[in-house]
Design a protein around this ligand. Structure first.
Ligand code: IPE
Ligand code: IPE
Ligand code: MG
Length: 258
């Protein structure tokens, strides 16, 4: 079996467990080539396949990809229709591979806005990968963090009203268990492509202590080498979580001893 961390010269102990990516720049990629925007989205899907497979191979626990935002419904009808068509094609084509690769698939976001046949394709894939034990692949569709947080608040209110939990017992864990990302490890690394410096309503709660990476490459040009170079940069960052560098150094020593 190939050791992918060795192949890519990565330290497996310093990898992010959970990576979230805003895959941006498909439209500009197409415009640069005088192609319709959908051509950029099509090329973008190829990168999704490449980066997903690579993430699984190097041992990432969870990969969350922003594919279509709640705000993207505002785009011209033909573009929205084209993206939905690609989505159908992607799920049908990738279904078997995702199941066979032991991936745990889920869609996050407000899926009620999607068409019935797409919801069925998603649910089928979620069910067929439910018992898998490999990487968590979450695709954010019709997703907005404000909506996700509000849905979580409503779930908690229901629990309080039903007497299943006391108001004073609500803590961060309770809240996280009501988010769409429930059960996933904390978000360690955030990537946005295409040189835009904003988070566009993506994983706002989960971003609390993520390391942020903004890259100029347009998503359809975001290849394995680029991805690995960012993951390598992540490994070099010191994450302090409010502590001092000295404390972190001691913790690392302590880990080595015990
Ligand atoms: C990201 O690419 C994909 C979606 C939002 C669906 P864009 O379509 O936003 O590409 P740009 O930002 O216009 O280049
Ligand atoms: C955000 O991209 C959503 C996805 C990549 C799917 P946008 O390109 O729609 O974001 P804004 O509106 O420019 O911030
Ligand atoms: Mg964009």
């Amino acid at each position: 079996m190939i050791n992918y961390c060795e192949k890519w010269d990565l330290n497996p102990l310093l990898l992010p467990r959970h990576i979230g990516i805003i895959m941006d720049g498909n439209g500009r990629w197409a415009a640069k080539r005088h192609l319709p925007r959908i051509a950029g989205h099509r090329k973008g899907v190829e990168r999704v396949q490449e980066i997903t497979e690579l993430s699984g191979n190097i041992g990432i626990t969870a990969l969350t990809l922003f594919a279509f935002s709640d705000e993207n419904w505002r785009r011209p009808e033909d573009e929205v229709g084209g993206i939905m068509g690609l989505l159908r094609w992607y799920i049908r084509k990738e279904h078997k591979r995702i199941v066979d690769n032991n991936v745990q698939f889920r869609v996050i976001g407000d899926r009620r806005k999607l068409s019935m046949d797409i919801i069925e394709l998603i649910e089928e894939l979620e069910q067929d990968t439910e018992k898998n034990t490999g990487m968590h692949l979450s695709v954010a569709l019709s997703y907005g963090a404000h909506g996700e947080i509000l849905r979580a608040v409503k779930k908690i209110v229901d629990k309080v009203q039903e007497g299943n939990i006391f108001k004073d017992d609500i803590d961060a864990c309770t809240f996280e268990s009501c988010l769409d990302t429930q059960g996933l490890p904390p978000l360690d690394m955030f990537i946005r492509t295409s040189g835009e410096y904003r988070v566009s309503n993506f994983l706002l709660w989960q971003l609390a202590y993520a390391e942020l990476f903004f890259d100029d490459v347009l998503w359809p040009d975001f290849d394995s080498e680029k991805f690995i170079s960012l993951v390598r940069q992540f490994s070099l960052r010191e994450r302090r979580f409010g502590m001092t560098s000295e404390q972190i150094a001691q913790k690392i020593v302590a880990h080595k001893h015990y």
